[in-house]
Design a protein around this ligand. Structure first.
Ligand SMILES: [Fe+2]
Length: 421
């Protein structure tokens, strides 16, 4: 397959070629450089595998991996590829086992990925002699599953195929780490549930979506109508030194009010002034102590950790959103809604209720899946064209307002460097 050539119209990244989203070879190069080398990828929460033997099947990039908890309580991440004939032997999404057995020839592995059993390794005894079997110098120690490097922090598990990757903390950088530690501050996490969706668009569009503070107050009429996200709220956009990760921080109530009645919202016009919720409990928002950061109480912090994950706090709804690419034109998007072990029953209910705003059919985020799909359709039909990313100027830098596309420009600055494009 021939590549669509990349033509940058300008020095910087304020005009992003559609060809960045349309090419399978380029996509494979992205997987190598972003997902399989020099980067940490999200794999899950410790709370998903609380007991020895627990496992969860997931992916790093497009490679199938299994996150396990071994008998000694340690977390391991191994590739789901049998050392024998390469089969993806683990088919369940979650479970508990004391070993993994590949169904093809029943090679068995420990939860750490060590090869422990090879049927007929020493052949079969027939007519007084031994026939077949593995060569005498075959050593199971040389044929374990590929083990990834693992890092955990605040109950979140990351893995990397690259054992020379920098520390997770250096990877995030101090600015993003501060927001990460605010959300994952050591409290025990509780998994509330999952959403899975397939979005027929390039995976980078999801990163862009959460680096784009321009759209929530315009596309998401639900947000605007009920005052949850407003362009004139007090806000901050923050990045790591490479401009690959970001945090969009917004403090509700600093401009308009979320009251469950649209007409009480001022300044920024509402979609439908008189619209009211049949069930106002969706807006039963209770500030929590952990929101506090310096002199602020941010009610929404959307973190993008490049390339694999988004960490969401939208009022009382907290979740991880895992980006799982599948070719250049699609990705699976997996939401893990969670809460905290010390939540009151009321807060538990509140988080569940507010999670209805998110996920594939969420009142808010259903919109994002659609706009990504329709963007991808245009890229495929017009690969020589480009998009405009010029809001807030053409350069890259942190801001204290939302009316800018600087985080997207920053991400593509990093992308150009790593992809040498
Ligand atoms: Fe959105």
């Amino acid at each position: 397959m021939t590549e669509h050539p990349i033509h940058w119209e300008t020095e910087g990244t304020s005009r992003v070629p559609f060809a960045l989203y349309t090419d399978e070879d380029r996509h494979k190069k992205e997987l190598e450089r972003f997902f399989y080398k020099s980067h940490w990828s999200y794999v899950g929460l410790e709370a998903e595998i609380p007991n020895p033997g627990d496992f969860k099947r997931t992916v790093v990039g497009e490679r199938s991996v299994i996150m396990t908890r071994a008998t000694d309580g340690q977390i391991h991440v191994v590739e789901n590829v049998c050392a024998h004939r390469g089969m993806q032997f683990c088919r369940e999404r979650h479970g508990n086992k004391n070993e993994f057995v590949c169904p093809y020839h029943q090679w068995s592995y420990t939860l750490k990925g060590d090869l422990q059993g090879v049927p007929f390794r020493r052949g079969v005894r027939q007519d007084g002699k031994v026939n077949g079997g593995m060569p005498a110098d075959f050593d199971p120690k040389d044929h374990g599953l590929t083990a990834l490097k693992v890092a955990t922090r605040g109950g979140v598990v990351f893995a990397s195929f690259d054992h020379n990757v920098e520390s997770l903390e250096d990877f995030m950088g101090p600015t993003i780490l501060k927001y990460f530690d605010r959300l994952f501050n050591g409290r025990k996490l509780v998994v509330l549930g999952y959403n899975r969706q397939r979005i027929p668009g390039n995976w980078k569009l999801m990163q862009e979506n959460i680096k784009d503070p321009y759209h929530p107050g315009l596309l998401h009429t639900w947000f605007v109508t009920f005052g949850l996200w407003r362009a004139d709220n007090k806000s901050e956009l923050r990045m790591d030194a490479h401009h690959r990760h970001a945090a969009m921080v917004s403090t509700r109530g600093s401009a308009g009010q979320a009251t469950g009645q649209a007409s009480q919202v001022t300044q920024v016009s509402s979609f439908k002034e008189s619209m009211q919720l049949n069930d106002p409990s969706f807006l039963d928002i209770v500030p929590e102590d952990w929101w506090k950061m310096e002199d602020q109480m941010p009610s929404a912090v959307m973190m993008t950790l490049f390339p694999s994950v988004i960490f969401q706090q939208q009022v009382n709804s907290v979740s991880t959103r895992h980006i799982q690419p599948d070719g250049h034109g699609a990705f699976d998007f997996v939401w893990t809604h969670f809460g905290f072990e010390d939540d009151t029953p009321e807060m538990h209910e509140r988080r569940l209720r507010q999670s209805n705003l998110f996920g594939p059919a969420g009142f808010v985020s259903a919109d994002d899946g659609e706009v990504i799909e329709f963007s991808q359709q245009a890229f495929e039909t017009k690969p020589a064209h480009r998009m405009l990313v010029e809001l807030g100027g053409r350069d890259v830098g942190e801001t204290d307002h939302m009316v800018t596309e600087t985080l997207i420009r920053g991400m593509y600055e990093y992308w150009r460097k790593v992809m040498e494009a």
